[in-house]
Design a protein around this ligand. Structure first.
Ligand SMILES: NC(=O)N[C@@H](CC(=O)O)C(=O)O
Ligand SMILES: [Zn+2]
Length: 437
């Protein structure tokens, strides 16, 4: 396969016209755009499109097994591919929880059957994510888990976290933490602040996140583990991570587009499509997260794709589950609101969604070079479209970004040399499904 005339970022972050040659699922050559090429059996003309390494999302919820009404591994994979992702890491808060080799294998098997993107499973730190008893780390690593996390809940006791980190360190595995001290939260659906006060709701304080970040940084220092902080949302967490990095503690961190783009002041009313954990916080927190992403304190961008059904979200701000979908809006949001708005270089945005996650989690993808897997995404930086949840490939429609006018839409996604998403492919798939019905 040849992808010709693509715009590719060079090492200096400047766009150059290139032809990408793919053989047996691998990038075999990257040729200068003015070279004439022998066209292969399959040629894709990418003229005018940006070609980047397939995007990598290290924090996603695919809901299978157990919550297939929200999403399945297949629908989640398709949503990811449509969003330009070729590698995603799935969180273990399924039912049963991904706390045994059997569930790790089930996730891998379903992902392979879907055959769209690479799904890297995380396994739970504690059995059923109850915080009481550690899982069998060795067996889970052996089964293919790439790290340990109880995402969805914080590990409440320091001793449990320290034990988890000691074992993970001894087997060279990372610990990934959802940072939340439950004693500071109790039943609050939104952040502490003006929105909570206005609507008479309990508030989630910044300390509930940052207190775990601080505790865990000390434990990471003591154990030497690679400690990765999930969905950073507070100024205080940023400060602690920055200091820890300065003194050489092995900490990395992620942030979600919604925590870079929305504050509590933007929440229009009691609509649960604006309810997620961590919650939307103050403008100061948003600004701190942006600064941290730009200066490298925060290493990577993740979506925390968290689909829920419309019925569940209709229960209202207090009762609805936390979470919003993310795959299909992440790149257009970040491109339009940061790159096109002149606040971030295109090369840095792409790096935070490809090479940086690959570096942090030691993946063999995320770069465009001969010998690398042919995981690539073509992006249209010109066409403006409105976010319309009805068009999502995800089962989830829960997004606060409905109606936003964005550019930077992925148009073609290739995993291991195979086109896994394009409009044409999608049309064909729908037609076939209709004929079968
Ligand atoms: N982020 C969310 O709001 N929800 C996630 C859990 C999580 O990532 O904490 C979910 O599983 O729904
Ligand atoms: Zn979480």
């Amino acid at each position: 396969m040849i992808i010709k005339n693509a715009n590719v970022l060079n090492a200096e972050g400047v766009l150059e016209r290139k032809h990408i040659q793919i053989e047996n699922g691998t990038i075999s050559a990257i040729l200068n755009g003015n070279e004439t090429i022998a066209e292969g059996s399959e040629t894709i003309d990418a003229a005018g499109k940006l070609l980047v390494p397939g995007l990598i999302d290290m924090h996603v919820h695919l809901r299978e097994p157990g919550f297939e009404h929200k999403e399945t591994i297949e629908t989640g994979s398709r949503s990811a591919a449509k969003g330009g992702y070729t590698t995603i890491a799935s969180m273990p808060n399924t039912m049963p929880v991904t706390d045994s080799p059997e569930v790790v294998k089930l996730v891998q098997d379903k992902a392979r059957a879907a055959g769209l993107v690479k799904v890297l499973p995380y396994a739970a730190i504690t059995k059923s994510q109850q915080g009481q008893e550690l899982t069998d780390f060795a067996a889970l690593k052996e089964a293919g888990a790439i790290g340990f996390t109880d995402d969805g809940v914080g590990v409440q006791t320091a001793q449990m976290m320290k034990d988890a980190m000691s074992i993970a360190a001894s087997m060279d595995m990372p610990v990934i933490a959802h940072c939340e001290d439950n004693s500071l939260v109790v039943g609050a659906p939104v952040a502490e602040g003006s929105f909570a006060r206005k609507h008479g709701l309990k508030g989630i304080p910044n300390e509930s996140e940052a207190i775990h970040v601080g505790r865990d940084i000390l434990l990471a220092e003591a154990t030497g583990v690679h400690y990765h902080v999930c969905h950073v949302s507070t100024e205080q967490s940023v400060r602690l991570i920055r200091q820890a990095k300065e003194i050489g503690i092995r900490v990395t961190a992620e942030v979600c587009p919604h925590h870079l783009l929305l504050s509590e002041e933007d929440i229009p009313g009691l609509d649960a499509n604006w309810k997620m954990n961590p919650p939307l916080r103050s403008r100061r927190d948003v600004d701190a997260c942006i600064e941290a992403l730009l200066d490298g304190t925060i290493d990577i961008i993740v979506t925390d794709h968290a689909p829920h059904s419309a019925e569940e979200k209709a229960k209202g701000m207090q009762a609805a589950p936390f979470g919003i979908v993310g795959f299909e809006t992440a790149f257009p949001l970040m491109y339009t609101k940061f790159v096109a708005a002149g606040k971030m270089d295109l090369a840095l945005l792409v790096k935070r969604m490809t090479a940086d996650p690959a570096r942090v989690f030691r993946l063999n993808t995320g770069v465009l070079e001969p010998g690398a897997p042919a995981d690539v995404t073509l992006i249209d930086l010109e066409t403006e479209k409105e976010v319309d949840p009805e068009t999502f490939a995800s089962k989830g429609r829960n997004t606060p970004f409905t109606g936003w006018k964005l550019k930077g839409w992925p148009v073609l996604t290739i995993t291991d040399g195979r086109v896994v998403w394009s409009e044409e492919l999608e049309e064909n798939r729908k037609n076939e499904a209709e004929q079968q019905a």
